[in-house]
Design a protein around this ligand. Structure first.
Ligand SMILES: [Zn+2]
Length: 296
């Protein structure tokens, strides 16, 4: 909008103004007048009025159940205060526009101040938590490059990713930062271990015996017809000559039940196949038997 030239008055519809409860006889008619972004009403004798701003020309249609919806702000008159002549109303509209511009400028300045304050706080936080800040920045960069959440989780681990994701929009607490750094390190160790994993250096169907440590023990039901069977799943990290080999076995052999993570065992079985699970190479044994390995 040109701020130096006076805004022009455009005349609009003739409208019926006022609530029947505020007038005896016929309701007055006025003409709408638009000046800049504002609407006024022109009554008899060319007098300009502001609109009420709270009602639909005297009636609050959403409050018809209270005193027939008469507007309590304009008392049903349907218009606001008397402004005066056309020159007065042009001045009035200009003042309103100037006030609106000042308010907008103030809001903008306030928003900029808040952003700057946030940036300062973020910079201080980053300096105090360099490792955590690096993870947050890396996850953010990865997403800006179009990586999916799944990609980021694979690289950073779920816990570190979740916290880093939050950290992109809010300052993390010290506890969150510590947890993220720790979870990320654990995930890296897991990835490194998976990358170094290898298959047992034997052919399929070979019968093997090895020692190691139980890392996963779980049971699950399987159904065949009407019969439900409880199966065991055991994953063992081998040591000695098979260092770096992980074996997995499932089944119902009685020696497969009742283990705990960390138990030391001797495992014998037949190599069924070689497969990868979450990046770790696993040698799958069938007809396996486990015995507890007692420390000397
Ligand atoms: Zn009103």
């Amino acid at each position: 909008m040109n701020t130096t030239a006076d805004p022009k008055v455009t005349y609009g519809d003739i409208v019926t103004v006022g609530h029947s409860g505020a007038y005896h006889g016929a309701l007055p008619k006025m003409r709408e007048a638009h000046i800049a972004d504002y609407t006024y009403l022109v009554g008899g004798g060319g007098k300009f009025y502001a609109t009420c701003g709270y009602c639909d020309y005297g009636v609050r249609t959403e409050f018809l159940h209270v005193d027939n919806g008469i507007c309590f702000r304009c008392f049903g008159s349907g218009h606001g205060k008397l402004i005066g002549t056309e020159a007065d109303v042009i001045r009035h509209a200009k003042q309103r526009a100037a006030r609106a511009r000042r308010a907008a400028a103030k809001r903008e300045a306030e928003a900029e101040r808040r952003l700057a304050e946030l940036a300062t706080k973020q910079a201080a936080w980053d300096a105090a938590h360099p490792e955590a800040a690096a993870i947050v920045a890396a996850v953010e960069a990865m997403q800006e490059d179009g990586a999916t959440s799944a990609d980021a989780i694979a690289k950073y681990g779920e816990t570190a990713f979740d916290i880093a994701y939050q950290g992109a929009s809010v300052l993390l607490t010290d506890a969150q930062a510590d947890l993220m750094v720790k979870a990320y390190a654990e995930h890296q160790a897991k990835l490194a271990k998976a990358a170094e994993s290898r298959y047992m250096d034997v052919d399929e169907k070979a019968k093997v015996t090895a020692t190691g440590t139980v890392v996963v023990y779980a049971t699950y039901e399987s159904n065949y017809g009407y019969t439900s069977t409880l199966n065991a799943l055991v994953v063992i990290e081998l040591d000695g000559e098979h260092e770096g080999v992980t074996v997995k076995t499932t089944g119902t052999g009685q020696t497969l039940y009742g283990w705990e993570r960390g138990d030391r065992v001797t495992v014998t079985g037949t190599v069924k196949k070689f497969e990868e699970y979450q990046g770790t190479k696993q040698t799958v044994l069938t007809r396996a038997k486990l015995t507890e390995l007692v420390a000397d």
